[in-house]
Design a protein around this ligand. Structure first.
Ligand code: NDP
Length: 477
């Protein structure tokens, strides 16, 4: 018997994906550079389904039914190229190579084009949900040709997370589309985490709550519109006590957030595309600032207000206000991320269905949330929606949040609590809705020092003023 699919790269992600496939009745060929991982998998989990362990590239390829479908789940970057080069020469026209690692979408576009020349399908696939997701049902974002999805789709849909019976897997679009949306997913995840972390800091700094009390606040929020995996795990982390010291866990952890790079990629691409994803950018910068140990040590004595907790009526409404501000800021974060996907789709010629994308993020992935169902519904009602902010329920939520959003940020400013995520979200919101922006003045400055020209509100054409001479429009303009 041949395998319906193969997995090469059997570290934690590949192993769990292979087990998930086997548990769903698929026969899975196994391969890994070092043989031990393959042996371990069969030894420990061989009874979960049908596995065909193989110990050479040729043996692996021979074990697959045609068209062959092989999933590469190795360290992203050069290792992925090395593994593609190992297998591609052994494959035949119509076979499908899936890269389920965290590749940069530009690499995926390059690999797809090269393999297409050789008659092979290359499917860069975003997989979210970490190792638990890979085993129990991830959110799966395959790019590549439509044709490849015909054979891969049923396999991937069978192992993906399900929400209301719908699989959290859909064909995203050609070549790098899958890895692109996975990248933005991670960017949104950065943004969401930062906003939640700021909420914690606000509740602690302005109300003097202990982490355990804040865990309770988050648990309550998790029963409402903020219901999400990230809020849920935040409550658990905050409620956790360090066994060695008896202190809240969050107080014994070094306050320097690390990053593996997908948030940074999202911001870099956002800059290239000219999309203002300020929420994601601030989240990445907030991690960088937290990690700048020397800079922080040198700055610790700088003057600023002391954090005196609120009292009276202000204290009573504050937690509710933070919930409103968090929800409004979260809408901005997702609006920015979805706009980046729109822009990427336009730039690279992908026809991405944003509603379908929101639907597959409802389960399996890190940003899974009730909220994504509302985003799905918003795009279903208006596929060409320019920004999520104008969609019915979201518009109403930001309207309801106006006082709270502004007062929470004012309080933060007054008490010296840094809220880059909340603040940039509100600035973006006010920027979008402004009748006139000071960008007009920037155009004047640019024309003054660089003769960069400007357009007028009342006439077509481009204009330049003779600033150094008579201050009049250039002749003929
Ligand atoms: P790692 O990223 O740690 O990669 C280890 C695997 O890559 C091993 O199987 C290793 O083989 C193989 N490998 C490394 N270099 C080479 C090479 N030059 N040639 C052949 N094989 C090589 O494994 P993970 O399981 O953590 O992640 C796999 C992929 O999934 C990565 O791209 C990661 O970014 C992505 N991912 C990870 C998530 C997570 O939560 N960990 C979530 C979503 C995606 P050997 O055993 O021989 O060393």
């Amino acid at each position: 018997k041949k395998a319906s699919i193969g997995v090469t790269g059997l570290a934690v992600m590949g192993r769990n994906l292979a087990r998930n496939l086997a548990r769903h009745g698929h026969t899975v060929a196994l391969h890994n550079r070092s043989e031990q991982r393959t042996r371990d998998l069969v030894e420990q989990f061989g009874d979960e389904g049908e596995f065909i362990p193989t110990y050479s590239a040729q043996e692996f390829v021979d074990a697959l039914e045609r068209p062959r479908k092989l999933v590469i789940m190795v360290k992203a970057g050069a290792p992925t190229d090395a593994v593609i080069e190992e297998f591609a020469p052994l494959l035949e026209e119509g076979d499908v190579i899936v890269d389920a690692g965290n590749a940069h979408f530009a690499d995926t576009r390059r690999r797809e084009a090269a393999l297409r020349e050789r008659g092979l399908h290359f499917v860069g696939t975003g997989v979210s949900g970490g190792e638990e997701g890979a085993l129990h049902g991830p959110s799966i974002m395959p790019g590549g040709s439509k044709e490849s999805y015909e054979s891969l789709g049923p396999l991937f849909e069978s192992i993906s997370a399900k929400v209301d019976g719908d699989p959290c897997c859909t064909h995203i679009g050609p070549d790098g589309a899958g890895h692109f949306v996975k990248m933005v997913h991670n960017g949104i995840e950065y943004s969401d985490m930062q906003l939640i972390a700021e909420s914690f800091d606000l509740l602690r700094g302005a109300l003097g709550y202990e982490p355990g009390q804040i865990a309770e606040v988050f648990r309550t929020w998790n029963t409402g519109r903020l219901d999400s995996y990230l809020i849920e795990i935040t409550a658990e982390v905050l409620a956790h006590t360090d066994a060695a010291t008896g202190k809240p866990f969050v107080d014994i952890v070094t306050d320097q957030a690390e990053q593996k790079g997908t948030g940074r990629w999202t911001v870099q691409i956002g800059l290239d595309l000219g999309v203002p994803i300020s929420g994601i950018a601030e989240a990445v910068f907030a991690r960088s600032l937290s990690g700048s140990a020397d800079l922080r040590a040198a700055s610790r004595g700088l003057p600023g207000p002391t954090r005196a907790p609120l009292t009276g009526a202000a204290a009573e409404t504050f937690a509710d206000d933070v919930e409103r501000a968090l929800y409004a800021s979260k809408i901005v974060a997702y609006a920015q991320g979805f706009n980046q996907i729109q822009a990427g789709g336009a730039e690279y010629g992908w026809d991405i269905d944003l509603g379908a994308l929101a639907a597959i993020w409802r389960g399996g992935c890190i940003i899974r949330a009730k909220f994504l169902d509302d985003i799905r519904a918003a795009y279903a009602a208006e596929p060409g929606l320019p920004t999520l902010l104008t969609a019915g329920d979201f518009r109403k939520a930001v309207e309801d949040a106006q006082d709270a959003w502004r007062s929470v940020i004012s309080t933060a400013v007054r008490l010296g609590i840094p809220t880059p995520g909340f603040s940039t979200a509100l600035a973006y919101y006010d920027g979008l809705r402004a009748e006139r922006l000071p960008a007009a003045l920037v155009q004047g400055q640019r024309d003054f020092f660089g003769a960069h020209t400007y357009r007028r509100v009342d006439r077509e054409g481009s204009f330049h003023t003779r600033w150094a001479e008579d201050g009049r429009p250039e002749a003929g303009a």
